[in-house]
Design a protein around this ligand. Structure first.
Ligand code: CU
Length: 124
């Protein structure tokens, strides 16, 4: 009886440790290993407003806004997103061509809206 209880206890410990390992594995699976570039929008700029990338190297662009709804559009790369207050917005990007690509806010946000621009520079 005593040894049976001990075996049960060991089994429980193994199960708890096992589930710990499994959940640690899941965490690792959901976290991206790709570099994350945080971009903060506010009236009327992006920080940073120059983003340097390597051709063929995946990155995650992570957007937040400090004030109101903003847009982020890179016409030459065919990407755009809303940047919504209180939310984190992510875009995965694998630049497939080297070059200089302007981006801009495409949601009217006030008097400085047309100056709300930046550049993505992709090098080989
Ligand atoms: Cu704007």
């Amino acid at each position: 009886m005593e040894s049976c209880l001990r075996r049960l206890r060991i089994l429980i410990v193994v199960m708890v440790l096992g589930s710990g390992l499994v959940s640690a594995g899941e965490d690792a699976g959901t976290q991206t290993e790709e570099p994350v570039i945080k971009i903060v929008a506010k009236k009327f700029d992006y920080t940073p407003n120059v983003i340097r990338l390597k051709k063929g190297v995946p990155v995650v662009l992570e957007f937040t806004t400090l004030d109101i709804l903003m847009g982020f559009k890179v016409p030459d790369l065919g990407i755009r997103t809303d940047i919504t207050p209180g939310q984190v917005t992510r875009i995965r990007l694998v630049p497939d061509k080297a070059g200089v690509y302007p981006f801009l806010c495409d949601i009217f946000c006030g008097s400085g809206h047309s100056d709300m621009t930046g550049t993505i520079i992709v090098t080989e």
